[in-house]
Design a protein around this ligand. Structure first.
Ligand code: FES
Ligand SMILES: [Fe+2]
Length: 349
């Protein structure tokens, strides 16, 4: 085990994770691995999402190699047929005597916020009310970017580290999010009920390149970086820009504030790979589709910069010529690791 991940081994299973964008799952069998589980996804006749263990109980052929019939999946080897609950409903080679123990695990799934969510723990514990709420999702004054999906060849907690680290933008995202103060201005750390927030206000500096054309004020402004992570692996990165003098931790949110919230959902594939899903939500220019596309392209470029770094971090942390160290900027990420380790331990108890 990588020394930095000791204590956070395994995954928090009693949680909802994003399995994909809703439109990625349709009337064809789609195989995905989540937390080491091989899962087959498809939609039933009414469009309802279905997720089953991707292994026929007979000879373990992946069910994703079979076919859909109605709302059932038929194994491609000898035709055992499973319904959406994972129960075997037809055994064509012994119609009068279906095998009683033939069943596969069925995962609770739910379409919400344009994504397909999956509950990776015991189905009886799943409560659909626990899926994250997204304020203003249906508010016509708020605009959304398209949804992104990206695979990264690294442990999912390295992505969380990155999303609790407002400083890296000064080195990694030079043409998008970097700006004066992102390298050295002091960070505030707050622990919440289910995670941590790392934040800071940067006063009276030019907006970074990504935001310059969106702001109805400037060129100088006050800027807040609000980096929040919630268990198990949701990151809410909020950028707030106000005219100079209207921002600050001691002031209510200015009515002139431009707010852009990046919702990031990280889903472990295994302990060396993860999926990264996101969209951005802003309180201005709601109907500007060209801006939404431009923001999507800019974020995609920046997240590819992160991917490049994090895949090298994954490789580098496995080779221990000299011990690794933490810096002050890692305080939020380390606090989150403690929280996740405690939660994993509690659910294992
Ligand atoms: S392997 Fe699926 S029915 Fe035989
Ligand atoms: Fe980044």
């Amino acid at each position: 085990m990588r020394p930095d991940l000791i204590g956070s081994e395994g995954f928090l299973r009693d949680c909802w994770y994003v399995a994909g964008r809703s439109e990625d799952i349709g009337r064809e069998l789609t195989a995905r691995m989540i937390m080491g589980d091989e899962i087959v996804f498809f939609r039933g006749e009414s469009g309802e999402p279905i997720a089953l263990e991707d292994a026929c109980p007979h000879r373990k052929l992946p069910l994703s190699r079979g076919k859909i019939e109605g709302s059932n999946v038929v194994c491609g080897y000898h035709g055992l047929t499973f319904d959406c609950t994972g129960e075997c409903v037809i055994a064509p080679t012994q119609l009068d005597n279906p095998p009683r123990r033939a069943a596969v695990h069925s995962y609770p799934v739910e379409d919400r916020w344009g994504f397909l969510w999956i509950w990776m723990g015991a189905p009886a514990k799943a409560s659909r009310d626990d899926i994250i709420s997204i304020p203003n999702f249906d508010n016509p004054d708020w605009g959304k970017t398209p949804k992104g999906a990206m695979q990264m060849a690294c442990h999912y907690l390295y992505i969380i580290d990155n999303l609790l680290d407002p400083s890296h933008v000064a080195w990694v995202h030079l043409t998008s999010f970097a700006g004066a103060g992102t390298d050295s201005r002091p960070l505030d750390l707050e622990e919440t009920e289910n995670g941590v927030i790392v934040s800071r206000w940067i006063s009276d500096e030019p907006a970074p390149p990504y935001y310059q054309s969106m702001l109805p004020f400037g060129p100088h402004c006050d800027r807040k970086q609000h980096y929040e992570c919630r268990l198990p692996s949701t990151a809410i990165n909020m950028s707030v820009y106000t005219p100079t003098g209207e921002g600050g931790a001691d002031k209510p949110l200015s009515p002139n504030a431009f707010v852009n919230i990046s919702y990031n959902f990280i889903t472990p594939i295994d302990d060396q790979n993860a999926m990264y899903f996101w969209f951005q939500h802003r309180n201005m220019h709601a109907d500007d589709a060209a801006l939404s596309d431009r923001m999507f392209d800019g974020a995609l470029m920046a997240f590819n910069e992160d991917k490049d770094v994090l895949e090298q971090v994954q490789r580098g942390m496995a080779t221990r010529k000299t011990p690794y160290l933490n810096l002050g900027l890692d305080a939020g990420a380390m606090r989150f690791r403690t929280r996740i380790a405690r939660a994993i331990k509690e659910t294992a108890a």
